[in-house]
Design a protein around this ligand. Structure first.
Ligand code: PGA
Length: 303
């Protein structure tokens, strides 16, 4: 009865089972919602049992759905393992590398990948850029080889290796009165409004942790989902911002944004190259990991 099911149906089923929402599953797969419902319907027809049931607005896994979810996890794990073994047999050249980086790390990661691909021609690289929460989802679901992120969580089985400092600084428009001040005290910052990154951003978590450790409660204004938007908002005078120094190269060169000399700043963070413990890294992925740890062929600032 399961003979006609396709791997695509399994992938779609897993996404719906994880999110318990057709809409969210469709978003995560970059598919339309009707396409997702259709795949699930065909899978249920193949199996001959309903896998989800709807109660009110919510959907739930049926008993059959739960059982099938466990098997589907095992099927994808084995296929991933087969893929990893095949990749490692291809060697570095001809191999595949999938890297996901924090939105904030993308400012140097693209250059790093370009240098890597010059040195190791023939590797097919895919790069995904998302915030911290997105990266953790990808690690949990085994959807990427290597991740570049700030301060990985301790409660997941991850191999985490720091490779570069990531100072977070306070930014202001160049004509802001605090630009001329030295060692600006916390209580002065407390009177300012800050534009914030979205929830799920590592920068935002670091900023909140820092201010709560200092016993300072911040006034926050608008929330934005990218560093570019934060910088533009600061430039436009919507408030002060806190961003990684790595996002600022251009703005500091052109003088469109100024750094504030604030007490206890910068917030010291690090960048890590991360993979799941037990993950069989392809030779291409191993080469990239080493390339990053060795200073990425001179790409990295301060190296
Ligand atoms: P973010 O990540 O782009 O999610 O803010 C940066 C970080 O983790 O420091």
């Amino acid at each position: 009865m399961c003979m006609n099911l396709t791997f695509r149906q399994i992938k779609v089923f897993q996404a719906v089972a994880r999110h318990l929402s057709y809409t969210q599953a469709a978003q995560s797969l970059h598919l339309s919602q009707p396409a997702v419902s259709m795949q699930v319907k065909q899978l249920e027809e193949n199996i001959g049992l309903p896998l989800f049931e709807q109660m009110g607005k919510k959907i739930y896994l049926t008993d059959a759905g739960n059982e099938f979810f466990n098997y589907s996890q095992e099927i994808t794990r084995l296929l991933d393992e087969a893929d990893e073994v095949m990749e490692s047999l291809k060697g570095i050249r001809g191999g595949k590398l999938s890297v996901s980086v924090a939105s904030t790390a993308n400012y140097f990661a693209t250059r790093m990948l370009a240098d890597f691909s010059r040195e190791y021609g023939g590797v097919t690289i895919s790069l995904d850029v998302t915030n911290r929460r997105g990266l953790l989802d990808q690690l949990i679901n085994n959807e990427t080889d290597l991740v570049i992120m700030g301060r990985p969580p301790r409660d997941l089985d991850l191999v985490t290796e720091p490779f570069m400092d990531n100072p977070l600084v306070v930014i202001a428009p160049p004509d802001h009165p605090l630009v001329k001040e030295k060692n600006i005290p916390m209580k002065t910052l407390q009177q300012e409004t800050f534009v914030m990154r979205e929830s799920g951003s590592g920068t935002r978590i670091a900023m909140q942790r820092f201010f709560s450790e200092q016993g300072v409660s911040l006034t926050t204004g608008m929330e934005m989902t990218s560093n570019e938007a934060i910088k533009q908002a600061v430039e436009a005078g919507l408030g002060l911002g806190i961003v990684s120094i790595h996002t600022l190269e251009l703005e500091l060169e052109t003088g469109r944004i100024a750094l504030l000399d604030a007490e206890s700043f910068p917030i010291l963070r690090h960048w890590y190259v991360v993979h799941r413990e037990g993950k069989r890294l392809s030779q291409a992925a191993q080469a990239f990991r080493q390339f990053v740890l060795d200073g990425a062929g001179g790409t990295l600032l301060g190296k």
